[in-house]
Design a binder for this molecule. Structure first.
Ligand code: PHE
Length: 339
């Protein structure tokens, strides 16, 4: 084929495409010109028979033809844009690809951070791999305490462990800051627990710590209770209140366990709360003077409270999830239910 013939063919092809009446005609022309066995690929295959000196100009002309044909096809809604053209009927309903949704644990963490932010708490962070000092010693936990056992905790040598609680972030925060401090710390924690419906070796907590100076700003158990009561209402709904039960933690004195009114029966007693009307959600207490000493605070000059929530626990009661394992299985049938 000479260059002149090629130009002639090109003009014909463009005319034909311009005249194509419907999508089927456009598609037929696409196949005829640029389809696998179409005339343009055939010309490209036949390049080796073109005299060497003519090849560059001829090659250029063929490529230009191809580009123009493709542009013309596209303009008619054909070519590689063919599928789109069929869809270009804007009256058709859209295709739903699904949006995904936030994991219940992320929701609880984000919502908690937002609630505590309203009370002036900022978010602190700490590593999952901790030292014995931060996770136990500075938290006034003696070496013989069961939580330090090989059978309870994931140890890496003598001094290094996967944190068993978010409380070491209290230590880090106080060591790095002068009072007042007011932080929460959401994070992952690890214990050698056998997995079942209510246990997991890897779970999440939200730590809280508020310390202020004495004598100007004394912090009391009443402050702790009011903050947790506010959180309970904001997180679980109106009508949910808190109660404290005496307990023991090495790093708080006095220590309490915190219950929320059962949000299902509002305290009357039901299956969810085992007829008690209350659900345990956190440990808390006034920061022990020994902890203050470990971080270099003078216990005569500061007072404060700390608390630690189980994130899974809140998620399970808030969303009515009966088995903790569902939170880790990544089954979209479960995850998509929160929308
Ligand atoms: N760290 C404790 C636990 O894991 C909870 C807690 C935090 C208790 C802060 C008191 C103060 O059970």
């Amino acid at each position: 084929m000479t260059l002149a013939e090629l130009e002639q063919k090109k003009a014909e092809s463009l005319e034909a495409i311009a005249a194509a009446a419907d999508a089927a005609a456009v598609e037929a022309l696409r196949v005829a010109y640029v389809g696998r066995n179409g005339s343009i690929p055939a010309l490209i295959k036949g390049m080796k028979d073109v005299p060497k000196e003519d090849r560059p100009a001829f090659g250029k002309a063929v490529q230009a033809w191809r580009a123009e044909v493709e542009a013309a096809l596209a303009a008619k809604g054909g070519g590689s844009a063919g599928e789109k053209a069929v869809e270009a009927d804007l009256t058709l309903p859209g295709r739903w690809f699904g949006l995904g949704s936030k994991h219940p644990l992320s929701r609880v963490i984000e919502e908690s951070a937002a609630i505590f932010a309203r009370l002036g708490f900022t978010v602190a962070d700490g590593p999952e791999l901790e030292t014995r000092f931060n996770n136990f010693t500075a938290l006034n936990t003696p070496p013989h305490h069961p939580s330090q056992d090989r059978t309870d905790t994931f140890w890496f040598g003598e001094d290094c462990l996967l944190r068993t609680q978010t409380s070491p972030v209290q230590i880090r925060t106080m060591m790095a800051n002068k009072p007042p401090v007011r932080v929460i710390c959401p994070g992952r924690t690890f214990r050698r627990d056998t997995t079942d419906a209510t246990h997991s070796a890897n779970f999440h907590q939200i730590e809280g710590l508020y310390v202020d100076r004495l004598p100007q700003k004394p912090v009391s158990l009443a402050d702790l209770k009011s903050v947790l009561a506010y959180f309970a209402k904001a997180m679980m709904g109106d009508g949910v209140t808190v109660r404290f039960r005496p307990h023991f933690f090495p790093f708080t004195e006095p220590s309490v366990e915190v219950d929320f009114t059962c949000h299902v029966c509002k305290g009357k007693g039901c299956n969810v709360c085992k007829q008690s009307g209350w659900i345990e959600v956190a440990g808390a207490g006034m920061v022990d003077p020994r902890v203050f000493r470990h971080v270099g605070y003078d216990p005569e000059k500061v007072s404060g409270y700390a608390f630690g929530f189980g994130v899974e626990r809140i998620a399970m009661i808030k969303y009515g999830i009966p088995d903790i394992r569902w939170l880790y299985e990544n089954d979209v049938r479960f995850l998509s239910q929160l929308g």
